[in-house]
Design a protein around this ligand. Structure first.
Ligand code: GLU
Length: 443
């Protein structure tokens, strides 16, 4: 993935260990919008070094879900293809004295952490494996090491594009494990090696990575690489401020797609919540990109409220021009204009189509009025003036007015209490079906 100097290049780096949920979809989206706004590149990196938990099916779902949202990528790779690069980076760090083997078992580490917790101290690894006597003893026992990066135990600072000035003292952190006993790389080093190799200019991710960033900045520096810029945005929470993680299953993109939510509504919602912009429908991702600015992202968590997304979904449909739906609405533009204000979801279109082409089982509330109305229907062609002229004539003949006039006509013509404007619907229903329905026939 070659890149030119100074070009904005970002990456979305999901692990294929589950379905994309609204939280990581937002990470993808914010990266994509930023890249598009600045004419940059958006790379998709599959973080699949965890062989036990990564699956091909989840990887395929990531591609499918991003395509559904419209987030095209300019390059993609899997970390599993790049292991030799990580080994090279590892040996470089080792040669500069920043890597050391550790021999403690998970149980021993856990005991250390609970002792620290009991003394109200932060769970910082005590570097016991750096003691020559410990190392000799544990090696003699035949223990297999895992490998840690030796942090500088000093202050690391950067100017975050969302959080402003950030300073973290790496003395408050454990030296991160880079390689497990079984030789597998954990996330920390491969991510830095890839960010360097792929020319990532901006690392844009959730604020749960802020501490990682301090460690990763030290790794960038130890590898002699220039630092990317960092942006850490607040995470999504539920309506009442609760963590979303408990409900992530029901908030996967796959689920939203299955529920008939428009990808554009999902994108507009995820782009706007937690920012200073209002949550409003947009017609293209390009508009969202033009409006994107890190400065608009607030420091408070963004509230994800499914009902708000549904409302935005409806508004998104109401604002959609026929050209955007023509492929799935063969009934034509007049039909689309008649029904769209009444849609909540695209799936409602089929029910609306039935109002026009039948079968509709009419409800005859006022038989005399319906019979009179049937005889007063003018000959075709009909247009949007027909309804007004016809109902005037029906009113003049029967004396019915207001609800007493319109309600029985709507029930007879559509079988429903509420629905699209009849002025627009009537010409689409046509004379034959209208007559039949007014006579109480299913048509
Ligand atoms: N695979 C990591 C995650 O999903 C990537 C984090 C990052 O953007 O660096 O958390």
């Amino acid at each position: 993935m070659p890149t030119t100097l100074n070009q904005v290049t970002v990456r979305f780096a999901p692990s294929p260990t589950g379905l994309l949920h609204v939280g990581n979809a937002r990470t993808a989206l914010l990266n994509w919008l930023f890249a598009k706004k600045l004419g940059g590149r958006f790379l998709l990196r599959i973080d699949d070094t965890d062989a036990a938990r990564s699956t091909k099916a989840f990887e395929e779902a990531i591609y499918r879900d991003l395509a559904w949202l419209g987030l095209t990528h300019d390059g993609t790779d899997r970390q599993i293809n790049r292991l030799t690069k990580y080994s090279t980076a590892f040996y470089q760090l080792q040669a500069s004295g920043r890597i050391y083997p550790c021999f403690e078992t998970e149980g021993e580490l856990e005991r250390q952490r609970s002792l620290l917790a009991a003394r109200k101290l932060p769970p910082v690894y005590n570097r016991a494996s750096l003691e020559p006597a410990n190392k000799a003893k544990w090696e003699a026992e035949g223990r297999k090491p895992h490998w840690r990066f030796k942090l500088s135990r000093s202050k690391v600072s950067w100017t975050d594009l969302v959080r402003g000035a950030v300073e973290i003292d790496t003395a408050t952190m454990s030296d991160p494990v880079l390689v497990r006993e079984d030789g597998a790389f954990l996330y920390t080093l491969p991510s830095v090696a890839d960010d360097i190799d792929m020319g990532i200019s901006h690392v844009v991710r959730g604020e749960d990575h802020v501490t990682n960033t301090a460690a990763q900045i030290e790794i960038f520096q130890a590898l002699g690489a220039a630092l990317p810029k960092f942006a850490h945005f607040p995470l999504l929470v539920g309506a009442g401020g609760e963590a979303l993680s408990k409900r992530l299953g029901s908030l996967s993109l796959e689920q939203l797609r299955g529920d008939g939510i428009e990808p554009l509504a999902v994108a507009a919602y995820l782009a706007k919540i937690g920012t200073s912009d209002p949550v409003e429908p947009r017609q293209t991702l390009g508009e969202l990109a033009q409006e994107f600015d890190f400065a608009k992202i607030g420091r408070a968590p963004a509230h994800f409220v499914p009902e708000e997304l549904e409302a935005l979904n409806a508004k998104t449909l109401h604002a959609m021009p026929y050209s955007a739906v023509a492929a799935s609405v063969p009934q034509g533009e007049a039909f689309w204009d008649a029904i769209k204000p009444n849609l909540n979801k695209r799936g409602d279109i089929a029910q609306m189509a039935r109002l026009v082409s039948g079968p509709v089982t009419p409800v005859i509330e006022d038989a005399a009025l319906a019979a009179a109305a049937a005889t007063l229907l003018p000959p075709e062609p009909w247009d949007q003036e027909t309804w007004g002229a016809w109902t005037k004539a029906v009113s003049a003949q029967t004396g019915a007015k207001g609800r007493g006039l319109f309600h029985p006509l709507r029930l007879a013509l559509t079988g429903l209490e509420h629905g699209p404007e009849l002025k627009k619907l009537l010409p689409l229903i046509g004379r034959d079906r209208s007559v039949a329905r007014l006579k109480g026939e299913t048509a």
